[in-house]
Write a protein that binds this ligand. Structure first.
Ligand code: AHR
Length: 620
């Protein structure tokens, strides 16, 4: 096979081509990127009927010593449920409390990760009928080993009304399966609400779990689409993500049950935190909002105006002046500077729904009138025929087999060059080709992304989906990053994305492939400038999707000097078996590995392993 690269001809690739899509799915946020350790911190997950279940909270001590229930006595208006704990035993007397006391514990999201020497901030609200003598502790999974502990002693008058207790403690031991305990050996009735435990060590103190943040930062995403997906729509509208319920002091957020992915979230990772996440990643936020349509119910267009106002208010919250109605709420949350919100998507996957077009136009007109510069994304696919409504971009989603995704590299070759541009906001290989993150899937995705690079005159943005999975709650498979309370690894699909981190804003070079294997090989070449060393590089990427090794002759034209080896010159993603995967045991079994590249020049012959993705990094 022959690859001709002409460095004298090129086209600018959009600055935003490759980004990420974060959805609250698979406990990606709650119990994932959002570092809150307590699950169901406000006891709201069981609903407003009392008594309600308080899962995953459990009682320490049997019912002759303690009874636990809920009532609606919280001091927080939007989340009235509080925990009521009646302690029947005492430190002495006929009903003496068992050793260690009685109380409640929270195991977090399948165990809390506590590390020796690290600090944790525990906050809770308490009220009591008498004096309190509480032990707050982080322990191992069965409560027998204490990792950190603090005493909270208060007189009856101090806690007769709801009182906030805040304590920071340093762990004296480690466990990836720890739990938070609130215990006492003093008789009386105590109410608890809004119990939070956060590691102090989060990204910039902004609440993002460091190593998960780092994994997404490492792929240098140019945009962050959030917060879903189906999560935005809801199975029923009443359970959709609504931004206004997710802002303000965390204690006052009602939380909600995401009825598509079937779990409760306290909404600690709310609209503000998503915007903060985008800013911290140095990327552009793309807000997907609910357009009055869920999976099963819809607001008719004649009644959609309140939803339109909600979207306008959300934009004002993000980028309005700190003196504006909603900009001031953002400022009060500690961010007087506007966030750089330039794009919004009107709904998710709703194009075919009865009220979509009607609702869409109401949103579109109102947003364009108030914010003419905002890029608006339609759910209707304009890749094969023109849209019948105005839009700046259209969503394109694809989940399919490996061979069909590899062929979809040419999906946009025939698309009209006029009209709104494509936002491939969700793509992935799914089904049996994918395993739980196979090399095969990743290679098909690499081919697809090369196709998008080549069509980046009309494809403006693209993101893999889903980004994260907590291995304890795999609602969607496969995913790019797999984690539990303390560990994380990238699937081969994640590693493929690292090959494209230089692409956005680079120059697409003319690269022509001549080959008998053209149905199984695809290649592209870009020129990009490294801001760290100010040098210009050429990156040639080739996917060999077939099962035979291929010798590829690369001819680089248009350079007046010899090209040179750069640091790691040839990087290969491959493995012995095309269905190989990474795992907690072997997290880097299938990841990019540097390989020797001899004979670097304007003309060179390279060997492409079967089922491989290779990049050649040359210094211009
Ligand atoms: O990425 C998982 C889901 O797939 C998204 O929530 C939805 O948009 C799509 O159907």
């Amino acid at each position: 096979a022959l690859l001709f690269v002409n460095t004298s001809q090129g086209r600018h690739i959009p600055e935003t081509l490759f980004g990420i899509f974060f959805e609250e799915i698979n406990h990606a946020g709650a119990g994932g990127l959002w570092a809150e350790l307590v699950s169901n911190r406000g006891f709201e997950a069981g609903g407003q009927n009392t008594p309600s279940y308080i899962d995953p909270w459990s009682t320490i001590g049997n019912e002759s010593f303690v009874t636990v229930s809920t009532d609606l006595s919280s001091c927080f208006e939007r989340n009235k449920v509080a925990l009521r704990m009646e302690v029947l035993c005492d430190s002495q007397g006929s009903n003496t409390c068992p050793m260690g006391g009685v109380g409640v514990y929270n195991p977090g999201f399948w165990g809390m990760n506590i590390n020796k020497g690290k600090k944790y901030k525990v906050v809770f609200y308490v009220r009591s009928s008498g004096p309190i003598d509480l032990t707050v502790s982080l322990t191992n999974s069965n409560g027998l080993l204490t990792l950190a502990t603090a005493e909270v002693i208060a007189s009856a008058s101090d806690v007769s009304n709801w009182t906030k207790v805040e304590t920071v403690f340093e762990a004296k031991g480690s466990s990836p399966n720890a739990r938070l305990q609130l215990t006492t050996s003093r008789k009386g009735v105590i109410w608890f609400d809004q119990v939070s435990a956060m590691p102090l060590d989060t990204y910039k103190g902004h609440g993002f779990r460091n190593e998960l943040f780092q994994m997404i930062a490492d792929i240098k995403p140019r945009f962050l689409r959030f917060p879903g997906g189906c999560f935005v729509e809801g199975e029923r509208l009443r359970n959709a993500f609504r931004w206004k319920a997710s802002i303000g002091p965390w204690e006052e957020r009602p939380g909600h049950f995401g009825d598509v992915w079937m779990y409760w979230t306290d909404d600690g990772l709310g609209y503000f935190e998503f915007l903060q996440l985008a800013e911290d990643l140095g990327t552009l936020p793309i807000w997907v909002f609910n357009n009055g349509i869920s999976h099963t119910d819809e607001v008719v267009t004649s009644q959609i105006l309140p939803f339109v106002q909600e979207a306008l208010d959300g934009i004002e919250f993000a980028r309005g002046d700190p003196n504006s109605t909603w900009g001031s709420v953002r400022a009060a949350m500690g961010h007087p500077e506007p966030f750089d919100l330039r794009y919004v998507a009107i709904g998710n996957e709703d194009c075919g729904k009865r009220n979509y077009q009607g609702n869409y136009l109401k949103f579109y007109d109102a947003i364009k009138r108030a914010y003419p510069d905002i890029g608006i994304i339609s759910n209707c696919d304009g890749s094969s025929s023109p849209l019948n409504h105005p839009a700046d971009f259209y969503d394109y989603h694809t989940y399919t087999s490996a061979s069909s995704l590899f062929s979809l590299a040419h999906k946009f070759d025939q698309t009209s060059r006029k009209g709104p541009k494509a936002f491939v906001s969700e793509y992935a290989v799914t089904g049996k080709d994918a395993g739980t993150g196979s090399l095969l899937a990743a290679l098909a995705e690499a081919g697809f992304l090369i196709g998008l690079e080549k069509n980046s005159d009309i494809v403006e943005m693209a993101s893999y989906a889903p980004l994260f999975v907590n291995t304890n709650d795999r609602r969607w498979n496969p995913d790019a990053i797999v984690f539990d309370s303390s560990r994380a690894y990238g699937t081969p699909s994640y590693w493929v994305q690292t090959y494209f981190k230089e692409t956005s804003g680079a120059t697409l070079l003319n690269a022509t492939l001549q080959s008998n294997y053209s149905s199984s090989i695809i290649a592209s070449a870009i020129a990009w400038k490294n801001s760290e060393d100010e040098k210009e590089y050429i990156k040639i990427k080739v996917v060999n999707f077939g099962s035979s090794a291929v010798t590829l002759k690369i001819s680089v034209d248009g350079l007046d000097k010899s090209i040179a080896l750069s640091g790691k010159t040839k990087i290969v993603l491959t493995s012995d078996n095309v269905m190989d995967e990474n795992s907690f045991k072997e997290p880097t079994k299938v990841n990019p590995k540097p390989d020797l590249l001899e004979d670097v020049d304007k003309e060179m012959e390279v060997n492409l392993s079967p089922h491989s993705f290779t990049s050649f990094d040359l210094l211009k």
